[in-house]
Ligand binder design. Structure first.
Ligand code: DC
Length: 217
């Protein structure tokens, strides 16, 4: 069974997906980690990232996701990049790498292969719309931009300018929603949940109720 959770950056989808998977006894698969791992691979091998969104890639990239002690590890050409995934340089470059059609296709294959083995809650930006259009249950987690900026502000310990944060999130939304391949959209048939005024646990409960109700139908 596949449950997809899509939504914009900072909507809380990854935390919610992890908790929902735990509650259901499913595996949480974070698709963003695959984009981050390929980005790390390119950066750590001194690949020139100028025009990476459109560059034709003429070298093979083997991507593999594996769970070790409940943690999702990602290997590119046999090297484990898990510890580098959330470095700032990776976060800055992943949106550009994610526009490259070759990398997207490698990632799609990896996700579809993985889904053959487990019951999954998968979070990302194109899961219910593109990677798993036949997912059993689809969610789209939305959240007001000011609240997403406020959450990020808290995460960063209040050391950044709020207006600057809002601007950065707007830019990320723009890239995600306008990219040519698999842009961020509300997937057909998705349950839209707005998390602006809800705690993480309230969102998880709401999704869990929908899953239980749908499973009974
Ligand atoms: O969710 P995240 O920040 O870890 O995602 C990292 C990057 O990968 C981000 O720039 C968006 C991109 N991404 C994507 O294009 N499609 C997905 N399904 C997941 C992530």
């Amino acid at each position: 069974m596949i449950i997809s959770i899509d939504g914009p950056a900072g909507s809380g989808k990854s935390t919610v997906a992890g908790k929902l998977a735990h509650k259901l006894g499913f595996v949480h698969f974070n698709s963003g980690k695959l984009y981050r791992a390929i980005t790390a691979h390119l950066i750590y091998n001194d690949f020139d990232l100028t025009n990476i969104s459109t560059t034709t890639i003429n070298f093979p990239v083997q991507l593999e996701a594996k769970f070790k002690n409940g943690v999702q590890h990602v290997f590119v050409n046999g090297k484990d990049y898990t510890q580098h995934l959330y470095e700032n340089i990776i976060s800055v470059n992943a949106p550009l790498v994610s526009k490259n059609p070759y990398f997207r296709s490698v990632i799609d294959v990896c996700q579809r292969d993985f889904a053959k083995q487990y019951n999954l809650v998968v979070d990302g930006r194109d899961i219910g719309s593109f990677v798993f259009p036949n997912a059993d249950i689809k969610f789209y987690l939305d959240c007001a931009i000011e609240e997403r900026a406020r959450r990020r502000f808290k995460e960063l310990g209040g050391t950044v300018n709020m207006q600057q944060l809002i601007k950065e999130i707007e830019e990320r939304d723009h890239i995600d929603k306008t990219k040519k391949v698999a842009p961020l959209v509300v997937p057909k048939g998705a349950h839209v949940v707005d998390s602006t005024n809800l705690t993480i646990n309230e969102v998880v409960e709401e999704l869990y109720k929908i899953v239980q109700k749908t499973k009974r139908i």
